[in-house]
Ligand binder design. Sequence first.
Ligand code: MG
Length: 93
Amino acid sequence: MRLMDLQQKIKDSDFNPEQAHGYFLKLIEETGELSEALRKGKTGQPDQEHLKGSIAEELYDVLYYVCALANLHDIDLEKTHEMKEALNKIKYG
Ligand SMILES: [Mg+2]
């Protein structure tokens, strides 16, 4: 799945401008859960049975709220990636 497809999928099921603050707080919460998973070393691609609390799950949760926030602000993350790559190429060669 492309990032733009994931962004659209999340937008289709979870787009609520009144939740802007809530999405941000969830992003911070999920970042904390990612920190815990990293600390506990729950690394690698888990199978379905071992997804809960893994780094993979928490990375996805963070990505979900990044996408939800991008949607609220009408930001295309793939386009932003391309623009940022161009900026970094100038900056770092
Ligand atoms: Mg989580």
